[in-house]
Write a protein that binds this ligand. Sequence first.
Ligand SMILES: CC(C)(COP(=O)(O)OP(=O)(O)OC[C@H]1O[C@@H](n2cnc3c(N)ncnc32)[C@H](O)[C@@H]1OP(=O)(O)O)[C@@H](O)C(=O)NCCC(=O)NCCS
Length: 224
Amino acid sequence: MKNADIFPEGKEPSPKPATNKSVFVKELSARDRHRILKHFLALKKSDRLLRFGTYLSDELIAKYVDGIDFSRDTVFGVVSSHFRLVGVGHLAFAPRPADEDISDKDKIAEFGVSVSDNARGKGIGAKLFERGAIHCRNVDVDTLFMHCLASNQTMIHIAKKAGMEILREYGEADAYLKILPADAVSVLKEAVQEQVASIDYNIKANTRAAVKWLGSLPGIKDDS
Ligand SMILES: CC(C)(COP(=O)(O)OP(=O)(O)OC[C@H]1O[C@@H](n2cnc3c(N)ncnc32)[C@H](O)[C@@H]1OP(=O)(O)O)[C@@H](O)C(=O)NCCC(=O)NCCS
């Protein structure tokens, strides 16, 4: 499947360098909450400002992570070879009013993303965004929204490459992406991505557990 199947005609992102082929984006669950918290807490002050639009203290970040509703929202992650969560994309769906006339199309999904300092520039942010967009497509949401500071050149670059319409006002930027309707290919693409990412995740998790166990043996040190 090509990017043209997700993004509007003529607005497909240009091909990424080979590095992003090994970026596997997996859907996270409530079991990952602690790791998500660790990822956010490791973000420096300026990145917290870019990610949340305001500087969040450790306590407020803990509250935010505690409040993620995994039954409503979708959270994606990318893990490093050492099984550290280096990228998190949060797709938040606004709660729908209990009105039967309102269809899923009236839902706007909002996307927020962060990548650990030492993992940037490898296509992780763009991959998380691409996965968020295809997920929206497959759950019949037609508008993906992103809010960021107008000074956030990296995020605006990613958004523009994805064909998002950017509206700037008072130092802030709102980006909108119209998503194409789902088809069999988009559903299959996401399913395959998830399966491959799950295998990658489990291998890394098991390796990490084995290294930890070995490190607990007398005379062996865990350096990872
Ligand atoms: C924004 C962020 C998620 C990007 O993650 P990343 O993994 O480094 O992003 P990618 O590697 O996928 O892509 C970066 C792109 O931005 C470009 N870029 C980097 N710095 C840039 C700059 N100062 N101006 C313009 N473009 C820039 C890169 O060249 C690359 O583009 P390319 O793919 O066309 O070469 C990451 O920097 C981050 O976590 N920032 C703090 C939180 C944040 O800003 N979140 C967004 C608001 S919700």
